[in-house]
Design a protein. Sequence first.
Length: 427
Amino acid sequence: MAVVAIVGGQWGDEGKGKVIDLLAEKARMVARFSGGDNAGHTVINPYGEFKLHLVPSGIFSPQVTCIIGNGVVINPASLLKEIDDLQNHGVDTSHLVISDRAHLIMPYHTLLDGLEEERRKQKALGTTRRGIGPAFSDKVARLGIRAGDLLNKDIFLSHLKSALEFKNAILTKVYQVSPLSLEEIYEQYCHYGERLAPFIRETSSIIHEALIKEWLILLEGAQGTLLDPDFGTYPYVTSSSPLAGAGAIGTGISPMAIDRVLGVFKAYITRVGGGPMPTELKDEVGKLIREKAHEYGATTGRPRRCGWFDAVAGRFSSQVNGFSDIALTHLDIYDSFSSIKICTAYEFNGRTLNYFPSDSSILGKCQPIYEELPGWQESTAEIRDFGKLPPQARRYMARLEELLSCRISLVSIGPRREQMIQVRSIL
Ligand code: IMP
C-alpha cells in the first residue's frame, strides 16, 4: 500500500479531520505527527459530531491503529477528556497508542502561554493559550517531560523538580505571580500517568512494522503550512512544523517512505489569531462566508477571519510540501455566490509580487490582485459525481489546479462523510 501525508495548505482549519476520517476507512494506521491540543479536527460521522484535538481522526475505524506520534505535545487532561468523550459515544479507543517520546504540556506551559501573550500587549500572537509554544520551547531547551516519563514515578519526579524550580523562578521573579506546587502537579500527573500507561509505547517500531506489512498509513498533520515556524508568517506562527516533511520526523519514519502528499485547502481561506492575511474580507462577503461555513475556532470558539482563495500563498504551500494531490473542501459555501475571486499576485509598493514574502511586515502591506470567475448559484450538496458539478464550479477548480500546479483529487461539498467527491484515487 502506501504512506500518505495529509497536510493543511493554508492557516489551518481546512477540514483535514473530515478527509482523514474518510480515507481511514481503507487505512490500517493513522499517525498524528505535530501540534497539540491547539488543533481541532471536526469529524461528523454515524457516531456523532466530534472535535478531536489530539486523538487521530482515524479512531472511528476499528481496524486502524491510531498513533499520537513523538512530534506531538500532549496535555494529558485534555487527552483523557477526549478519550472519555469518545468512549461515552460508543467509540472503541483500545487501538490508540501514544509515543513515549511525545512531550507533555505541563501546568506552567499553559500559564506561561497566557502570561507571555499578555506581556506582548498589542503585539500578541493570538495563540490558543494551550501552552503549545512553551512546551515546544522546553523540548528544544532540553527541559521537557515526556509521556514515557510518566511510567516511572522517580524519573518523573526528578524531571519535574528541575523544570519546576526554573519555571517557578520565572513565574515569581519575571511575572510576579505565585509559584506552582510541586506536590500538586506530581500527584495530578501520577494520576494521569496511571490512566494513560496502557496507551504509552515506543511507536516508531510499531510504524516500522506497519511499513514492512505495506499497510496504508496516513500521517495526520495539524494546523497549516502558513503557520509553520520556518515558512509561515513568522512570528505569527505555531511552534511545530505542519509541513509534510515533519510527517517523517514526527513519527520516526524515513522521508523516503512517504509516497503521497495530500494538501487540504478550503475553497476560500481563513485565519484565526494575529498576523497578515492579504485576502481578508472585512466586509459583508467575509461575514457571509463566516456565517455560512460557521467559521468559529473548534478549539477556542474565536471567529475566524475569512477571505478569497490566495493562490500566491497556495502555490508557495504546494512548493514547500510537494503536494501530489489536493483535497478542496467547503466548495458548497460558494453555492449562492454570483462571482468568486482568486488572488493571483500581490501588489507591493507599486510592484507586482508573484511570490509569498518571508517578511510579515511586507506581506501585511501587500494588496491582492484578483481574477474574477462566475459563480454557479445552485446547490451542490447532493451531487456525488464530479461530472455533475456545475460547469462554473469545475472551471473554478480547474483554475486553482493551474495556479497551484497540482490536481484536485477530492472535493467536499458539505460536512458529512458522504459529501466528499473522489475525482480520482490518490493512491
Ligand atoms: P499556538 O499554536 O496556540 O501557539 O498559536 C499560534 C498561532 O497558530 C495562533 O495564530 C493560533 O490561532 C494559530 N493556530 C494554532 N492552532 C491552530 C489550528 O488548529 N487552526 C488554526 N489556527 C491555529
